[in-house]
Write a protein that binds this ligand. Structure first.
Ligand code: PEP
Ligand code: MN
Length: 337
C-alpha cells in the first residue's frame, strides 16, 4: 500500500500520517519526490482496514501496489535508492567500479591486484573466498583465510569489499569480514539464504540467476527487502541462451527495464556476461550507456595463472583502458566516473 500526499502537503502533515500508520504497528518508507511525497507502508496491510487514512490532512489517495515485488517496485518508492558504504555511493550520479580477481588466491597476489584496480579508479574490491564451481574438482576458494586477506588488503588501501556467501550458515562469518554480501547467480532462488541476508545490516548484491526472468529476479530481491534489508543492489551478469560463442548473453534490455520497474541500483558484470576478455570493454560501455550504476570486472595481474576464470580476467592495463573508455560513455549519459 502507498499513501500519496497532495502536492502542497506540509511536513507536519506527512509526519502525522507516518505516526498514524506506525501507531498501528506498521513501518513506513517516505519517498520525497520533486512533485509530491509518497509514503510506502510495510507490514500487514490488513491493519489499515477500516482506518480512514484518506481523511488525514494532506493525503490525496491510498493505493495498493500492483507489482508482485511490492517493496522493490518504483510504485512503492519512486526515488532511486542510493546505498552508502563507507565513502562509496552506489546508485548515485557516479558510476561505481568493483574490480578484483575471480577468486582470492593469496595475500600478495590480492594486494598487487587491488593496488592496480584502485589506481585505475575502482573503489570496491571483489574476490571470491567461497566459490560456486561447476566441477567439485576445481579450486573451491580459500574460505575464511581468503576473507582475512581481503579485509587486510582493503584496509591497507582504503577499499570497500564484496564477496560471495553461498549458504545461510556462512552469512555470519562472511559478514564479519566484508562490506557487501554477494549472492551468486546459482543461489538467486536459494530462499533460505535470501531470508538470512535480509536480516543482516549490510548491503547485498543479488546476481541474476542463469535462467531467471526479470520478474523472478525482482521477486528474489523482494525476499531480502521483506526481511527488513532495503540495501539491495541488482547485478545483471548474463543469462543462458542458445548462443554458444559467449559464456552467457548479457541482457542489455534488463538494465533499463529494471531501472523503470525498481528503485534499486543496477550493476553490470560483463566478465561473467561474456566470458571473453576481448569483449568486456565494449559490453561495459554498453552497460553504462544503458543506465547501469556501476560495473563489476574481473582483473588479474597474471590471468594465465588465475585459479578460476583466467580467460575472462583483464590485465591491469586492459582494465585501465576500459576505465578510460567507459568514462567517456559515462560523461555522454550525464554520469561521473
Ligand atoms: C562471481 O562473481 O564470482 C561469480 C561466481 O559470478 P556468478 O554468480 O554471476 O556466476
Ligand atoms: Mn568468476
Amino acid at each position: 500500500m502507498i499513501i500519496v500526499m497532495k502536492a502542497n502537503a506540509t511536513q507536519d502533515q506527512v509526519d502525522h500520517v507516518v505516526q498514524r500508520v506506525e501507531s498501528l504497528g506498521l513501518k513506513t518508507m517516505v519517498s520525497r519526490g520533486v512533485e509530491r511525497t509518497i509514503i510506502g507502508v510495510i507490514g500487514d496491510e490488513s491493519l489499515l482496514l477500516g482506518q480512514p487514512i484518506e481523511a488525514c490532512p494532506g493525503v490525496e489517495k491510498v493505493m495498493p501496489v500492483m507489482a508482485p515485488y511490492k517493496l522493490v517496485s518504483r510504485e512503492f518508492k519512486p526515488e532511486s535508492t542510493v546505498i552508502r558504504v563507507k565513502d562509496v555511493e552506489i546508485g548515485g550520479d557516479k558510476i561505481v567500479l568493483m574490480a578484483g580477481p575471480c577468486s582470492i588466491e593469496g595475500l600478495d597476489r590480492l594486494r598487487d591486484i587491488a593496488r592496480a584496480v584502485k589506481s585505475a579508479g575502482a573503489v570496491i574490491l571483489r574476490g571470491g573466498a567461497f566459490k560456486p564451481r561447476t566441477s567439485p574438482y576445481s579450486f573451491q576458494g580459500l574460505g575464511e583465510e581468503g576473507l582475512k586477506y581481503m579485509r587486510q588488503v582493503a584496509d591497507e588501501l582504503g577499499l570497500v569489499t564484496i564477496s560471495e556467501v553461498m549458504e545461510p550458515r556462512q552469512v555470519e562469518l562472511v559478514s564479519r569480514y566484508v562490506d557487501i554480501l554477494q549472492i551468486g547467480a546459482r543461489n538467486m532462488q536459494n530462499f533460505n539464504l535470501l531470508k538470512e541476508v535480509g536480516q543482516v545490516k549490510k548491503p547485498v548484491m543479488l546476481k541474476r540467476g542463469l535462467c531467471a526472468t526479470i520478474k523472478e529476479w525482482l521477486m528474489s530481491a523482494e525476499y531480502i527487502l521483506k526481511e527488513g534489508n532495503f540495501e539491495v543492489i541488482l547485478c545483471e551478469r548474463g543469462i543462458r541462451t542458445f548462443e554458444q560463442h559467449t559464456r552467457n548473453t548479457l541482457d542489455i534490455n534488463a538494465i533499463p527495464a529494471v531501472k523503470l520497474l525498481s528503485h534499486l541500483p543496477v550493476i553490470v558484470d560483463p566478465s561473467h556476461g561474456t566470458g571473453k576478455r576481448e569483449l568486456i570493454k565494449a559490453v561495459s560501455m554498453a552497460g553504462v550507456a544503458a543506465g547501469a550504476d556501476g560495473l563489476m570486472i574481473e582483473v588479474h595481474t597474471c590471468p594465465e595463472e588465475a585459479l578460476s576464470d583466467g580467460a575472462q580476467s583483464l590485465t591491469p592495463e586492459m582494465f585501465q583502458e576500459l576505465v578510460r573508455d567507459v568514462r567517456k560513455v559515462a560523461q555522454a549519459v550525464g554520469r561521473d566516473l
